[in-house]
Design a protein around this ligand. Structure first.
Ligand SMILES: Cc1cc2nc3c(=O)[nH]c(=O)nc-3n(C[C@H](O)[C@H](O)[C@H](O)COP(=O)(O)OP(=O)(O)OC[C@H]3O[C@@H](n4cnc5c(N)ncnc54)[C@H](O)[C@@H]3O)c2cc1C
Length: 482
């Protein structure tokens, strides 16, 4: 699959006048160099003979990649990973494609045990208590583990319980037990690609929605984006673009109204991508209404309730010599035939409420070195880290190398020099066959790896998404090399 995709990508770059060598250079010395199938990878730094006990909490994408890179970098590795979920290393970005029937769940599902790096001990349990003053973590099986360095990579929880009327009381992860949620999400036109079975059910519900539209019924599809940070901020829109594409394929688009209802007041934090998305929505007659936070759903009546919010000018403040700003909100009900929910997201309770958590739940770290703000021998990365714009696999791909380099520097008594620059990437799927590759960093400016207009939807980025990113992730990043 990778080879076939690479040949297509190569040929396309040749047409654009970009040689393979230039493409590799432009992607930089990072893991994306693998993209060009050159076999080029970033090897871990020269091996270090220092010895210390490293404990990694969470063996998903970020945690297992970190474990692999430590194992590649240390002569005497003593690394333990705590990970309870059997399919923790699965390819979550593929869930968007599963939701639109492009892939099947099997195409994205990987067994955690196949990705445990040599020399790394896996404990199939959860961390339940943190005592960073004494450098210990307690596990769900009752073990007390001592560490010299702790890396927290426990991802985030999907919290559908914050939405009234669904009858859901427990939070879930994208690749763990979803029984508390699946009985509601995936039925009655309600869908979510954010968990694996939810993605499969999204395709079933989407097909029913399209069949209704094809039969001549006028149907409404709603797509939400909550008021919390989320992983892959593009996914709520990607599934909407794919619904639009599937409706068009079926010749039923004119019978469907599609509406995006995000909590925020922009399509994207980077102006250039925001403007491009607005144009793409207008061209496809996809509607949107900002400042709508989903707060309730009646699954039987098929009504979604939103808190519509805005700000008004209040009284004149004599002391500050300015008008106060008064937040206002009202409840708004909207009927739906298809409702795609992006649930509220948060850190797991056992971490959020522990000494290594924070009032907002995320693990507070220096956004460049990824070192904990209070405990110098604790680091965090991936979705759980309190790093702006960092909740994507693309960010984790940059962050895990920083964590490994900085922990090894500390072990060797050196300064922490490795820094995360805020790079992230969102391959925004805009139809079946096109993707806008939105790359950016903390400057909130586009940072394209190629000299191609980054606001254009391109087939080549579809090839990258469908053929290359999965093997790059599963065999490059999870081996600690790319
Ligand atoms: C629908 C969807 C589309 C996406 N699209 C993209 C995309 O196009 N591009 C992109 O770059 N990213 C995308 N992502 C995001 C990407 O998958 C995540 O950002 C990435 O998986 C984060 O890695 P992580 O290791 O931090 O979290 P995860 O991979 O979720 O792993 C966290 C692990 O921690 C474990 N854990 C939790 N609590 C504990 C505990 N107490 N003790 C021990 N272990 C624990 C969990 O079981 C889990 O396995 C998408 C995600 C989804 C759901």
């Amino acid at each position: 699959m990778l080879k076939e995709g690479m040949e297509l990508i190569d040929a396309h770059f040749k047409d654009e006048g970009i040689s393979r060598r230039d493409a590799i250079k432009m992607f930089g010395a990072s893991g994306a160099a693998m993209l060009m199938a050159s076999g080029a990878t970033t090897e871990a730094k020269a091996s270090s003979a220092v010895k210390a006990k490293i404990l990694i909490v969470g063996g998903g994408l970020a945690g297992m990649s970190t474990a692999a890179r430590f194992a590649n970098s240390l002569d005497n590795p003593d690394i333990t990973v705590l990970e309870p979920a059997e399919h923790s290393t699965s390819y979550q970005p593929g869930q968007t494609l599963v939701g639109a029937g492009v892939w099947k769940n099997e195409d994205t599902q990987y067994n955690r045990d196949d990705f445990v790096p040599e020399g790394v001990t896996l404990i199939k349990e959860k961390a339940v208590e943190f005592d960073p003053d004494n450098n210990t973590v307690k596990t769900s099986g009752g073990k007390t583990l001592k560490y010299d360095y702790l890396v927290i990579a426990a991802g985030l929880k999907l919290d559908f319980s914050k939405i009234e009327g669904l009858g859901i009381t427990e939070s879930i992860t994208s690749r763990g037990d979803d029984s508390a949620v699946r009985k509601v999400i995936g039925q009655n036109g309600i869908a979510s690609i954010y968990f694996a079975n939810g993605a499969t059910d999204t395709w079933t519900q989407m097909q029913k929605f399209i069949a209704d539209a094809k039969s001549g019924k006028k149907v409404k599809g709603l797509f939400t984006h909550p008021n919390t940070p989320i992983k892959c901020g593009g996914a709520p829109k990607k599934i909407m673009y794919l619904t639009d594409a599937r409706l068009r394929e079926a010749g039923a688009r004119e019978n469907a109204e599609l509406m995006f209802l995000p909590n925020g007041s922009k399509m994207f934090g980077v102006k250039e991508y925001h403007d491009a998305i607005v144009n793409q929505f207008e061209a496809r007659d996809m509607k949107w209404n900002y400042r709508h936070n989903l707060v309730g759903v009646d699954p039987i009546k098929k009504v979604a309730t939103f808190s519509r919010h805005w700000k008004e000018k209040g009284d004149w403040d004599e002391d500050l010599e300015e008008y106060s700003i008064v937040p206002r909100s009202e409840k708004v009900e909207k009927e739906f035939d298809f409702l795609h929910i992006t649930p509220p997201m948060r850190a797991a309770e056992e971490i959020a409420n522990s000494p290594v958590g924070s009032s907002k739940g995320w693990v507070p770290v220096n956004k460049e070195t990824l070192q904990h703000v209070k405990f110098p021998n604790v680091f965090a990365l991936g979705d759980i880290a309190a790093v702006p714009m960092g909740k994507t696999g693309g960010s984790a791909r940059k962050q895990y190398k920083v964590v490994v380099e900085n922990v090894i520097s500390m072990m060797e008594g050196k300064e922490l020099v490795s820094k995360y620059a805020g790079y992230t990437v969102c391959p925004l799927i805009t139809s079946i066959g096109t993707v806008m590759l939105a790359e950016f960093n903390w400057t909130k400016k586009p940072t394209p790896s190629f000299p191609l207009d980054p606001t254009q939807e391109r087939w080549i980025w579809w090839l990258l998404k469908v053929y290359a990113l999965k093997p790059m992730t599963q065999y490059g990043m999870l081996s600690g090399r790319a």
